[in-house]
Design a protein around this ligand. Sequence first.
Ligand code: ARG
Length: 562
Amino acid sequence: MINAIKKEMKKFLEEYYNNEVSLTVEEPKDSKLGDISIPVFPILKAKHLPLPAVVDTVKTALVERFKIIKEISNVGGFINIVINKEELSYNVVSEINKKGTNYGQSDLGNGKMVVLDYSSPNIAKSFSIGHLRSTIIGNSLKLINQKCGYSTFAINYLGDWGTQFGKMIVAYKKWGNKEEIAKDPINKMTELYVRFHDEAKLNPELEDEAREAFRKCELGEPEYLDLWKYIREESLKESKQIYDLLEVNFDSYNGEAFYNDKMDPVVEELEEKGLLVEDNGAKIVRLGDDMPPALIKRSDGGSLYITRDLAALFYRKSEYKFDKILYVVGNEQKLHFKQIKRVITLMGYDFQDEIDHVGFGLYLTNGKKMSTRQGGVVKLYDVLQKAIQMAKMQIEEKNKDLANKDEIARKVGIAAVMFGDLKNHRELDIEFDLENCVKFEGQTGPYLQYSSVRIASILKDKTFDINNVDKTLFDKPHYFELVKQLSNFRSVIERAANESAPSHIAKYLLGLAQSFNKFYSLEKINCEDEAARNTNFALAKAIRTVLNEGLRLLGIHYLDEM
Ligand code: ARG
């Protein structure tokens, strides 16, 4: 809050002197001297004026321009300013009440385009809890970037191509039964996939058959393409169920298969630029001593993950003209994205710095990676349903006469899972503990929803006049602390955008809710004195606005009751 004023003062004074001086606006060495200190020596030097004249002019100009100055004095060439905290706080609270959900908006990204690649499940497999992180983080980053003025384009780059499809097709042809699969496609296909892996352990030729089957897809053999289409369609249904629950959506579902016919030009360009080398029948690009080469073509002519990603990258650059592209993909793929950047740089392109791999850690259970293959099959859809059930149980306990219990339980359960993820810095591994995430107390999504609901119930059917408030209350530490936090909202959002880290917003909201709950325990909000009551209501409303908007940026619903 004071930082913003410092910046404004610096700008104002520099403009006042036609940008011929450059000033530093700092904090006084001793806080007794005030909140802001401005050394005027650069002005003396540039303008060849005597000290008293400069001090006088600067003081007068500042006082005229900044109404929130309470006291201004000088010690030699240092001008010291005490800020009127009451006025400042009042400005923050009334700004939030006026702007509503537009509060915190930033122009960081004005006119710029960011493409986000997230979720991107491999659809011949069951949608795993591993892809949950990408979906949740990516969705939040989209909302955060929008809040900062970026245009966004959200792509679900489905893993709908590659040898795993060959495996599915082989399994389907050997052991599949069309009628049975049609009844319960997702489960039946998962079973087929698991069976393939089991049988391939005993019978490794199956792997060759799978590669051959995928090759036939790539070459466009109708029988294989039809099967591919069927499998893709059916497994996409499972993902869509999950997206519906989470309420996330995409601007495009162009997955890897979409690029099947767009790779040749890339390979040709690599060839022309002399970057493609033969290696045991395969084609690779050497990337230097610090990185393994990129395998571009298999010896059987088949393409690879990186080949498709390169084609996708060039397509997106020319189609969406992004200023930045975010790949929300697990840390395990760090090398893959480094290789992509190196390849395009070797090709002579200069946009590698626009490419950002937004990596994230694993979900662990008892310290071990959660897995979707053989054995510990964890289905994300089931996990989400369980979270919703657990939320419902708590609602039954705490507020059993609530209307729309199911709807609210869904929003609380999903909030629990999403916030349980987003409060952690994305690069860390997370020990998955559903029970803790769903609690209404502690560092949870439901706790934040509950804090917002608490304010809603205080304000229910109340009105207040923001022009009749008691500004002296803002001098009390528990008031001022809240105002300070509220005023930081925008800079927290910008930091989250710059670092692609929604956790900054999540942590901020926890801090805000904690301060509010402390405030609530110290202060009777609906008090006798009218001006004090108006102040409390206006502050509480501002807090709720910021809590709700912050939750929205994480992809989480706020509630009026729970
Ligand atoms: N489908 C991939 C996987 O699950 C993730 C794709 C990420 N996006 C990308 N452009 N490579 O591993």
